[in-house]
Design a protein around this ligand. Structure first.
Ligand code: ZN
Length: 340
């Protein structure tokens, strides 16, 4: 159920008027340096008559840049006269985290994608989550939330989706996941203690609607390949939704291989603090028991390294980026074929 309490954020741009509207959502933030100031969260609304609505989000995590660049490029190239319906672009969702180049907000430490459904009277990050939950998400027929590995992880560039429970909605979600056109896509599990209840995708799935996510790469940077995949994928989703004409569709080079990330056995964690030496590459097929990494101890250089092993067979979808590693850091996670 949607929170009945109204948002305290105010959009400078209208949502129901034809044309291209650019401006900011104002999050009022009264601090020592600025008594009546607001945090300007950029928003673009393109509308051309009646039709479906796509909500395109990046910067949910501030250090995931591929989606931010892809949506800047889209905002500067998408001709409003060519669309049918509405495209809402919210490209720096956690604006304070984005400006800081960090996963989480420097103001309240908030991780936006663990803050749903949010709170209109809460911290800055909780207020953004509540605005998304109660204002932007309910308008959308399709939500696209562009993530990547950020500073601490690197992914095989991929699309993902939490399938809604209802069968026809799940079939539609699979159709959108394939339409994105990534070589690899995956169905995540509510693992790592997050459950489904605090993420944006989980919030959308619970409402019975469809959110397509991505893990576009990561390592705290942008690559040409990840950017191409993101731009093509977003436009393909707009075609699939009927907002852009069919002639704009750019199919992927191969059919999408859909994997699942089933739970704890798909993950490899560091057992001790030290320096992480990966023993496999992203995109490799590995077997249960195969060595995944060594943890070295340069502060005690004569100590033998610890070897960490994969718990099951799978495709290496994600690995940790920094070498220095603490006990409990995720080093790898796998995906396994679904046959979907
Ligand atoms: Zn993210």
């Amino acid at each position: 159920m949607t929170d009945p309490r109204p948002t305290r954020l105010a959009s400078e741009v209208p949502f129901d008027r034809d044309g291209a509207h650019r401006g900011f959502v104002r999050l009022f933030h009264s601090v020592h340096e600025s008594a009546y100031g607001f945090i300007p969260i950029p928003i673009v609304v393109l509308r051309n008559g009646e039709g479906p609505t796509a909500l395109l989000i990046s910067g949910n995590h501030g250090d995931e840049y591929e989606g931010q660049v892809a949506l800047c490029r889209l905002v500067q190239t998408l001709d409003v006269s060519r669309i049918r319906g509405r495209v809402i672009v919210f490209p720096l969702a956690n604006q304070p985290a984005g400006l800081a180049g960090r996963r989480t907000s420097p103001i309240d430490g908030g991780n936006l994608n663990r803050s749903f459904p949010g709170d209109p009277d809460g911290t800055v990050t909780q207020q953004i989550a509540h605005f998304l939950s109660t204002v932007l998400l309910p308008m959308a027929d399709l939500v696209v939330d562009l993530h990547s590995g950020g500073s601490s992880l690197v992914y095989v560039p991929s699309a993902l989706c939490r399938l809604p429970e209802e069968a026809s909605a799940a079939a539609s979600a699979l159709r959108y996941l394939k339409a994105f056109g990534a070589p690899i896509a995956y169905l995540p599990s509510p693992s790592q203690g997050t459950g489904d209840d605090r993420t944006l995708n989980g919030t959308v799935a619970r409402s019975g609607r469809i959110a397509i996510g991505t893990e576009l790469g990561g390592g705290g940077t942008v690559t040409p390949a990840a950017l191409r995949l993101a731009e093509r994928g977003v436009r393909n989703l707009l075609v699939e939704l009927g907002i852009l004409p069919e002639s704009d569709r750019q199919p992927g080079e191969a059919p999408t291989r859909i994997l699942e990330v089933g739970g704890d056995a798909w993950f490899v964690y560091a057992p001790e603090p030290g320096v992480f030496e990966p023993l496999v590459e992203l995109g490799e097929e590995v077997a249960a028991g195969q060595p995944a990494a060594k943890i070295w101890f340069p502060e005690t250089p004569w100590r033998a390294p610890e070897t960490v092993r994969f718990l099951r067979d799978g495709f290496v979808l994600c690995r940790r980026q920094p070498g220095r590693t603490a006990r409990g850091d995720c080093l790898f996670h796998l995906g396994t074929d679904t046959g979907l």
